[in-house]
Design a binder for this molecule. Structure first.
Ligand code: CAO
Length: 493
């Protein structure tokens, strides 16, 4: 068992814990950042001095700590016999590309490399990326040559790394910390080339450097504009979206904004999410031939069932029933759960039913994806939507939480308004807009009855879905919502 202590704070009396980056039970690797501290002048990370499992954490965000205080306890991995190990370095996630070409090999066998040092430059269809070494060590082999084609997971190189023996009680020194980053580790506030002050911890800097993100362009969401890993993730997603819509030209008919003619006005900087989602939505709107099919479902019985659950103390939002109904109807209409190939010649039908839910946040619109909707109960879905919407609004979402969707639902039902035209969340091919239900008089059995009517707006990609198919989908959805018992999606809750 190793006890990790707060290292030498470089003369400062104390520092505040601003981030705890790990949890009890988590496996960590040597040198992984565990905690971020903020002193008077700088931010620093406390790294793991050995690989192992976290067994206890002795501090919390907001605590003030000083050099030598207990930080956390680590059950170290069994002692290694050899002091060095050979690790394989493989091609990382290529962001969805099938493969990439090696255009530069920057190292040779026998080279001593630093962690994060670029090894190879790859070129894909849309971007060039450098593959950095995840370890410091000496290269034993370097596989590819310039011109070779590689895919995610292919072996690029092998490297021998030094292993550190776990010690019983470890107080990392500043010198040790300086090795961890291979660049300055205690020095969070740096002057960036654009003259904008960047306020981020070393691990966030490494993360940004790995993905080639310029931190001067990232808006920090933490106190004093400090950039978190989630801010970088959001920027990456936005950059991908921007790249996807990058071919889009501004319509020539759009008149140039003449500021001098605006009269008195206030200038508000749009959040990064808003700026990038604006470009992404423009791309979707201009590249996809949208058709919006509107209808309304009589959900009087469904609402009665929802209220009966509520009376039993189970609160389920109408959105959850929509997700279940959509999932059921998607099974019978697989084209709505697909993506079109770039050249428009193939349709990729998705096996799982993963539904994106548009969430309105103070920084703009984000779409977390709820996976395997058919496998989850109403309560499980409700809990997941509430949790992820809260996370989207407070901490932000990881790229993983926004990937893998096959169909999106945009619900404005909690706000108001009638039918609208939702924009397809490319590369998906359809999206359902839900509006606020109204009580409408319906002529039935020789009398007018008050019925609860839910406006539905289905936008679909006309290259993939014909009008008849669109009408069948929304008709099946309406039938499903009108007869929830027969639709059987309310059985498992
Ligand atoms: N008709 C009438 N009332 C509805 C309704 C509907 N279609 N849908 C939800 N409601 C009610 C809920 O029952 C809840 O009422 P109670 O508090 O009395 O139970 C209330 O409206 C608030 O619902 P909500 O919006 O908080 O929750 P939700 O599950 O319906 O939606 C979420 C969750 C995350 C989708 C929503 O909060 C949100 O962000 N919506 C905006 C999405 C958006 O911006 N879309 C536009 C994209 S294009 O710019």
């Amino acid at each position: 068992m190793a006890k990790i202590k707060i290292p030498d704070l470089g003369g400062a009396d104390g520092a505040q814990v601003i981030e705890v980056l790990v949890a009890v039970g988590e496996d960590v690797i040597e040198d992984q950042a565990l905690v971020t501290l903020e002193g008077d002048k700088a931010t620093m990370e406390v790294p793991a001095t050995a690989a192992g499992k976290i067994t206890s954490i002795c501090l919390a965000v907001g605590d003030t700590v000083k050099s030598g205080d207990d930080c956390l306890e680590l059950a170290s991995e069994p002692q290694q016999v050899s002091k060095s190990a050979t690790q394989e370095i493989t091609v990382p996630d290529l962001g969805g590309a099938n493969g990439a070409q090696v255009i530069e090999v920057l190292v040779a066998v026998g080279d001593a490399v630093q962690e994060d040092q670029a090894l190879i430059t790859l070129e894909g269809d849309k971007a060039t990326m450098e593959v950095p070494s995840p370890y410091a060590g000496v290269l034993v082999s370097v596989m590819p040559k310039v011109g070779d084609k590689v895919a995610e997971g292919d072996l690029l190189a092998t490297i021998t790394t030094e292993l550190t023996e776990a010690s019983a009680e470890v107080v990392p020194s500043i010198a040790k910390l300086e090795v961890v980053e291979a660049k300055p580790v205690i020095a969070a506030v740096l002057q960036a080339p654009s003259n904008k002050m960047v306020y981020a911890s070393p691990s966030v800097r490494r993360y940004a450097a790995y993905y080639g993100v310029d931190l001067t362009r990232v808006q920090g969401s933490a106190e004093n504009g400090r950039i978190l890993k989630t801010d970088v993730s959001n920027a990456i997603i936005a950059l991908v979206a921007q790249a996807q819509s990058g071919t889009v030209q501004k319509p020539s008919s759009q008149p140039k904004l003449a500021l001098e003619k605006l009269g008195s006005h206030e200038v508000i900087e749009l959040t990064k999410i808003k700026q990038f989602s604006g470009k992404f939505l423009t791309g979707s709107w201009q590249n996809i031939p949208h058709v919006t099919q509107q209808d309304s479902a009589d959900i009087t019985e469904l609402e009665a069932y929802r209220y009966s659950l509520k009376a039993d103390g189970v609160k389920i939002s109408p959105l959850i029933f929509m997700m279940k109904a959509v999932a059921k109807v998607l099974k019978g209409h697989p084209n709505f759960n697909s993506s079109l190939s770039d050249d428009g010649s193939k349709l990729y039908l998705k096996q799982e039913i993963n539904i994106g839910v548009a969430v309105d946040t103070p920084k703009g619109l984000v779409v977390p994806v709820i996976k395997n909707v058919t496998e989850k109960s109403l309560i499980e879905l409700m809990t997941e939507v509430v949790t992820i919407a809260e996370k989207a609004r407070t901490k932000g979402l990881s790229p993983n939480e926004m990937q893998g969707g096959g169909f999106t639902i945009s619900s404005l039902g909690g706000i108001g308004g009638g039918h609208f035209t939702p924009i397809i969340n490319a590369p998906e091919v359809a999206i359902l807009g839900i509006s606020k239900l109204t009580t409408t008089p319906v002529w039935r059995d020789e009398s007018w009855l008050p019925r609860k009517s839910l406006p539905l707006s289905l936008s679909y990609d006309h290259r993939v879905i014909d009008g008849a198919e669109g009408a069948r989908f929304i008709t099946d959805l309406v039938l499903c919502l009108q007869d929830p018992k027969q639709a059987c999606f309310i059985v498992k809750n």
